[in-house]
Ligand binder design. Sequence first.
Ligand SMILES: NC(=O)c1ccc[n+]([C@@H]2O[C@H](COP(=O)([O-])OP(=O)(O)OC[C@H]3O[C@@H](n4cnc5c(N)ncnc54)[C@H](O)[C@@H]3O)[C@@H](O)[C@H]2O)c1
Length: 379
Amino acid sequence: MRMLPDSPVADRRLRSGPVGIGIVGAGNISGEYLENLTRFPDTTVVAIGDLLPDVARSRAVEHGIGRAGDVTAVLDSDDVEIVVNLTVPTAHADVARAAIAAGKHVWNEKPLTTDRVSAKQLLEAADDAGVRVAGAPDTFLGSALQAARRAVDSGVIGSPLSAVATMTSPGPDAWHPNPAFFFQPGAGPLFDMGPYYLTALVQLLGPIASVAAAGSIARPTRVVGSGPEAGSTFPVATPSHVAALLRFAGGQSAQAVFSFDAPQFRYALEVGGTDGALILPDPNLFAGEICIRRPGGSAAETLATTTVGSTRGTGVLDLARAIREGRPHRADGRLAYHVLDVMASTLQAAESSSVVMVESRVERAEPLPDDWDPDASTL
Ligand SMILES: NC(=O)c1ccc[n+]([C@@H]2O[C@H](COP(=O)([O-])OP(=O)(O)OC[C@H]3O[C@@H](n4cnc5c(N)ncnc54)[C@H](O)[C@@H]3O)[C@@H](O)[C@H]2O)c1
């Protein structure tokens, strides 16, 4: 895969001041993005679009956005520099491709796309167009995972050896008003929640080199639990429980379980080393308590308690500042691609009952600087 050019064409446009953002996809998660991206001094949301233009219009009214309608309301706007693609996973590739063709940088919600081929094509199209691709999750830029990164890098647990990641829940069909997409290829607990855990692991331990796995579907249909469609059923077309054994390029290993078939909620991430184990908060959150357990069985001690500086949108803000500053952005499309590659390899391993080698490699992103302040006006 080719590298991004140092100075993408779009970066060279004579622009200054806050970076213009256009949102595509005005559904559930857009509210959290809009709260932050309209608040940060370095970003300004100028347009919002959706397949359902009225949905986009009502979001625009809620958040004081000047332009709203279908996707062209965003793509045809000259003042949109970054398209923030918050559509359902099966639409990520098409919407991002259209944004790149319109000369925009792209932020995709997770997963980057639903398959390796379309994701690779996206990164290549962006290289050719001289624009950037970035992708969720940005929770690894939150205060908790940044503190964990610093702790691991500074040797607090000695040499890192292993990790355990556990994400189990009954599934989002109980609370999400349109949950069918969570159970289609490109989603499921692996592709929907896996990105948080796998991105955190890659940032802490480096790239993943191989995977073995098992997967299953407990129920072939599920029931919508809330909203106007409550009570209707939909099919499950991807494993709703996945257990994986990951081997890192650095030699460490991790066990990971991603399940929408469990009665209990469990969101756990631990990284063990020669001198101790870090117990981290839910990597789908931006802040929380980090504990350390030392060898010898003593009680866990609190290493750090971090508070939320900002939530979803941090990665878009870093992308915006990176564009103006001419430096690499942290939630790079190549990181999102590696995580997608690991997830696709995991499904392949589960289907074939074999170990699958992960082809892609990625460098860990630079930690955020100590004085990172999302509420500062820097551009
Ligand atoms: N809901 C959450 O808690 C959550 C959290 C983090 C990330 N995400 C991710 O955010 C994305 C969206 O999730 P959501 O929960 O907001 O979904 P949603 O179904 O509530 O909203 C998706 C929106 O995208 C629109 N859309 C679909 N295809 C489109 C297309 N081709 N062009 C334009 N608009 C299109 C739909 O009309 C809808 O309004 C997914 O990738 C999901 O993985 C969701």
